[in-house]
Design a protein around this ligand. Structure first.
Ligand code: HEM
Length: 341
């Protein structure tokens, strides 16, 4: 299988069909002065561009990466809101940290950051080695690692939707190319090949959810766990009809079901591109690395406000970390990530 080119108008890590494993890495700049931080940023993005492009297309930047071109390595690099504000960078106007939500239990040491990298590949080896190279380039340039988080997917047939740790297909109702142009990528102009990543580390009480009867699980979600079909349809990709009612007047998809509260119909059609991974950090700490791409983080905020108020999933969830980053446009051949900043 051919390697996925690094040099392209858009960074491949946003839309490429999900490889089995991910590694997220966040870094902080020294905050000595804006001028010094700008130098660190320029040096770092140059070094990361070289490392990532050679990790994909060779020559391998490290002998341990021989053959990594077939690991379906993809990456994305993003800039956090605080750094963008400090250095007055040319980022989308709406880039900002998320407001607090009711029920949040956020650990600042596992979220935020001036720079965010997401690597994806079929194997953990490639992620570990490339992650190490990016981290040492960051240290050399003067940046410090802030947090890292690894995640994985179950074995999934090509083209099928992967499941999360509740056993439900996750990523079914994602925008197509046309909708993504409006809701995921920036408007025509300097950000049209950029997007915003919202990351939430969400702990899931998998045992409590598994203890629900199957139809109870389906009512919480508004879809069937087995085939992912909405309660108002028969096939996975049938559109959930949140207005359909039973003869007794109640909604088929209950008022607090997850797919009702996240429905674009409640939000002027707004969509986000969800590309989550599961994580397992030991007993009692497993769940979802919610990763979603959108034009403006306000799209997440509107949905999460509805969820935090009454999502039937809430008793099984705890948001433990959060980050926002402007995912830079790609670096076409001969250019460096972030040149337009
Ligand atoms: C849909 C699970 C958190 C936004 C879904 C679906 C599942 C699911 C199973 C239906 C299948 C699909 O369309 O992918 C979960 C779990 C979560 C979680 C287990 C927490 C661990 C969130 C959060 C948000 C969100 C925090 C955003 C604030 C959405 C959206 C849809 C969706 C927008 C698609 C709605 C539609 O277009 O029909 N989620 N989700 N989810 N979820 Fe979540």
């Amino acid at each position: 299988e051919a390697a996925i080119p690094f040099h392209a108008p858009r960074q491949a890590g946003v839309t490429f069909p999900q490889p089995a494993a991910t590694q997220l890495l966040a870094f902080d700049l020294p905050q000595a002065s804006a001028a010094a931080d700008r130098d660190v940023l320029r040096t770092l993005l140059g070094a990361w561009t070289r490392t990532l492009s050679s990790a994909v297309t060779g020559p391998p930047p490290d002998p341990r990466l021989r053959g990594a071109g077939t690991a379906r390595l993809t990456s994305l690099v993003g800039v956090g809101p605080a750094l963008a504000a400090r250095l007055n960078l040319a980022v989308p106007a709406g880039l900002a940290d998320l407001p607090p939500f009711p029920g949040d239990r956020l650990d600042p040491a596992r979220g935020g950051g001036d720079l965010l990298v997401q690597l994806c590949a079929e194997d953990r080896w490639t992620l570990a080695v490339v992650g190490e190279l990016l981290t040492s380039a960051a240290r050399t340039a003067g940046a410090a690692p802030r947090w890292a988080q690894s995640g994985f997917l179950p074995p999934t047939e090509p083209g099928a939707t992967p499941r999360n740790l509740f056993g439900f297909k996750d990523g079914t109702a994602n925008p197509d190319e046309g909708a993504a142009k409006q809701w995921v990528w920036g408007p025509p102009g300097p950000h049209e090949n950029g997007t915003v990543l919202v990351y939430r580390r969400i702990r899931m009480d998998t045992a409590a959810f598994a203890a629900l009867p199957e139809d109870g699980q389906n009512l919480v979600m508004g879809r069937r766990g087995g085939d992912g079909s909405p309660l108002t349809g028969t096939a996975e990709h049938d559109d959930p009809d949140i207005y359909a009612k039973r003869p007794d007047g109640s909604y088929v998809i209950p008022a607090t079901a997850h797919v009702r509260l996240t429905s674009p119909r409640l939000d002027g059609g707004a969509r986000m591109l969800r590309r989550g991974y599961s994580y397992d950090d030991g007993p009692g700490d497993r769940g979802l690395l919610f990763c979603a791409f959108m034009r403006d983080p306000g799209q997440f905020t509107r949905v999460q406000n509805r969820l935090a108020a009454r999502d039937a999933l809430n008793p099984f969830l705890e948001h433990t970390a959060s980050a926002v980053a402007y995912v830079l446009p790609g670096a076409p051949e001969g250019t460096t990530l972030g040149e337009h900043l």
